[in-house]
Design a protein around this ligand. Structure first.
Ligand SMILES: Cc1ncc(COP(=O)(O)O)c(C=O)c1O
Length: 442
């Protein structure tokens, strides 16, 4: 099969829209049916680079990168090659046995981390699984239970990851795991304490002294909240939080599942911009360019107490996934995708400002690199979220050939997180598409 081109396989596939919808409605569980963006289904047939095509061959610019999984571009030939070459040799080797590919990848991944520490890697299949492991590691290492997490954070769907997720739509109506206290997210546009860092750090102090035992296992932070609506942590917040958490005996966990792998442009990891060194870093999505893969990278000493019990993910460190991970790292470097994210992200950000000047229902433009957002409001003065308008604009962007996402606690944020290969030429089409969508729906 040619990469990204011919979609025929020896398995019979019915591409008729009605049949796809009927099969999905009939055979998918409600839990896998519910999370859909558009009023009518969008069927994706193929992708290449930063573009997608539906089953009728309509082309879209992919500003969502399949929920940020596609880091280096759809159907990247280096990924396909790495995957096929490894699958032809051996499709799985559990970590009970030894194989060089995951070990090479672990070495290459640790090389991206801050110097001066010994880093070790535990590969998982997904982000949530890695979050669960990070929580377990923090609790094993410290002997403490209490974790701090941020409101409007998203860390995944498993019981552990859900327990530290601060968005109601993702928290199911069951008894959630205990030992988690939430603090206010330092959202500089609509946070509970307005602008600034200190009031949010004070909230951490209050939480430690009022809602925990005073002894922490740790705190988990996304350097840029993703589903929370692209909320970048303001400078000084992460450093201040780390100080307080460590003083209470905890470890500092950074969730780079959305913001990592060069997406923010200036740095490979978003935490680097904050001049901090975490104890544990969680990564997934872009690590595998669409192939299921996640990882916990931790300081050796922090990971060490886990050796007291067996912890075994059957598919963890799968050689096909790790071969892909190696290819992704190489391509980011060879194709200078961090630099591209920085340049094209800055261009897109500045062009979005033009739209801000034109439409007064745009309340805020924010983000860095290729992690950008436009927040819509009913009034710039009151900042009341324009949820319905955002829904209408969102539907229209699809007709304008753009796939993006509606996020934030009020679903009032248009989130743009394309593959890192988005080009300057695409920026015109994105801005013109958004402009037409705004003009039509205002
Ligand atoms: C910041 C963040 N952390 C963790 C996760 C969980 O990753 P996964 O869906 O691979 O379990 C996600 C998924 O969207 C995420 O955005």
């Amino acid at each position: 099969m040619a990469a990204g081109g011919n979609t025929e396989t020896s398995l019979k596939i019915d591409w008729s829209g009605d049949d796809i919808v009927r099969r999905r409605e009939t055979f998918y569980a409600a839990s896998q049916r519910a999370f859909v963006p558009y009023q009518t289904p969008l069927i994706i047939k193929r992708g290449r680079g930063q573009y997608l095509w539906d089953e009728k061959d309509n082309k879209y610019i992919d500003l969502l990168a399949m929920n940020l999984c596609i880091s280096i571009g759809h159907a990247h030939p280096a990924v396909t090659k790495a995957m096929v070459e490894q699958a032809e040799q051996l499709s799985h080797c559990t970590t009970m046995f030894y194989h060089p590919v995951p070990a090479h990848f672990a070495e290459e991944l640790t090389a991206t981390m801050p110097k001066g520490e010994q880093w070790v890697v535990h590969f998982t299949n997904s982000g949530a699984e890695a979050i669960d492991l990070a929580l377990l590691m923090a609790r094993s290492y410290t002997g403490n239970t209490d974790m701090l997490a941020l409101r409007s954070s998203y860390h995944g769907a498993t019981a552990g990851a859900q327990s530290v997720t601060g968005i109601s739509g993702f928290r199911h109506n069951v008894i959630q795991l205990g030992g988690v206290s939430f603090v206010a997210e330092p959202n500089q546009y609509r946070g509970s304490f307005g602008e600034g860092v200190d009031p949010y750090l004070d909230d951490i102090d209050r939480a430690i002294h009022q809602t925990t035992s005073g002894q922490l296992a740790g705190m988990i932070i996304e350097p840029v909240q993703g589903y929370g609506g692209i909320v970048p942590m303001p400078m000084g917040y992460i450093a201040g939080a780390f100080e307080r958490v460590r003083a209470a005996g905890g470890v500092c966990i950074i969730d780079e599942v959305q913001s990592g792998f060069a997406r923010t442009g200036d740095n490979f990891w978003a935490f680097e911009a904050h001049g901090v060194t975490p104890d544990i870093v969680v990564m997934a999505k872009g690590i595998g360019n669409g192939i299921p893969l996640g990882a916990v990278v931790a300081k050796r000493a922090v990971a060490e107490p886990m050796a007291k019990k067996f912890l075994f993910h059957t598919y963890g460190a799968n050689p096909v996934a790790c071969a892909v991970g190696r290819a992704v790292l190489k391509v980011i470097q060879e194709e200078k995708l961090q630099e591209n994210a920085r340049k094209v992200g800055a261009l897109l950000g500045s062009r979005l400002q033009e739209l801000y000047n034109k439409y007064d229902f745009i309340g805020d433009i924010r983000g860095k690199g290729l992690m950008l957002a436009v927040e819509l409001v009913k009034s710039r003065k009151t900042r009341e979220p324009a949820t319905e308008l955002t829904a209408r604009v969102f539907e229209e962007t699809r007709r304008q050939g753009l796939v993006l996402s509606k996020s934030g606690p009020y679903r009032s944020v248009l989130r743009m997180v394309p593959p890192l290969c988005l080009q300057a030429d695409d920026v015109d089409a994105v801005v013109e598409g958004l402009d037409r969508a705004f003009a039509k729906t205002r």
